[in-house]
Design a protein around this ligand. Structure first.
Ligand code: C5P
Length: 219
């Protein structure tokens, strides 16, 4: 039995990496399996929410009952999110969005016979989470941070910089390519350890904490 604590809520999530083309056969990407985001989407659906998952390329099946929209690049993810943001109650940005894309991407395959490596120029991608968080009537926002060390003070300033009520932090070296995770929840009261476990169990626990805080905020 699963309590339907999220009945009537519309949840929008991003998950997975984004892939930024260099040329038609080469990309720059981030290491992300998408497992945490997909587990959260499943947990939200189990709790009765209507779930839209905007996903970069992963090998994962779409969780039962979840609407998935597949994208490749950060710009595609950005426009898909902006289309749905105003119609969502909660936005959870789990995706490992590439911070930069190649400004001078080639429409033709770059040839090695040129004898020298290409000179790539980069431009910043939009910060999807920060933009959703700044919408006037936008959803309540949760961000993620995969860091190589967890310093409460730095995480608190990242949370404030992004303008989100909740930032979920995990250790990059512990979370990648595994089915287990350890997460910390950072909100205006400080940092709380939420425990370690299988990503689906941790996702269910995290979703309960998110909904609790969302309801308090609504009250
Ligand atoms: O700044 P940093 O990339 O560490 O922040 C991580 C959080 O911001 C994640 O929730 C991620 O999904 C989101 N993000 C985003 N768009 C970007 C970069 C990060 O939505 N361009």
């Amino acid at each position: 039995f699963q309590a339907k604590t999220m009945q009537g809520l519309k949840i929008l999530l991003t998950a997975g990496p984004t892939c930024e083309p260099i040329d038609p056969v080469r990309v720059i990407t981030n290491r992300s399996s998408g497992k945490t985001g997909y587990a959260l989407a499943q947990a939200a659906h189990e709790a009765g929410a209507q779930v839209t998952l905007i996903s970069g390329p992963t090998n994962l099946p779409c969780p039962h009952g979840v609407t998935r929209l597949s994208v490749q690049t950060a710009q595609q993810m950005h426009s898909a999110v902006m289309k749905h943001a105003n119609d969502s109650d909660i936005f959870i940005g789990v995706a490992a969005v590439a911070d930069w894309r190649v400004a001078n991407a080639s429409s033709e395959k770059l040839k090695k016979t040129d004898g020298h490596p290409p000179h790539l120029e980069f431009v910043m991608n939009p910060d999807i989470l920060a933009e959703v968080a700044s919408l006037a009537n936008g959803p309540w926002c949760v961000g993620f941070a995969a860091e190589t060390s967890l310093a409460a003070k730095e995480l608190q300033s990242k949370r404030q910089r992004k303008g989100v009520p909740i930032l979920v932090a995990n250790l990059a070296q512990q979370v990648m390519d595994t089915d287990h995770t350890t997460i910390h929840l950072v909100d205006e009261t400080g940092m709380t350890a939420l425990g370690t476990g299988h990503k689906l169990d941790v996702a269910r626990q995290l979703m309960t904490e998110i909904v609790k805080r969302y309801r308090q905020h609504q009250a």
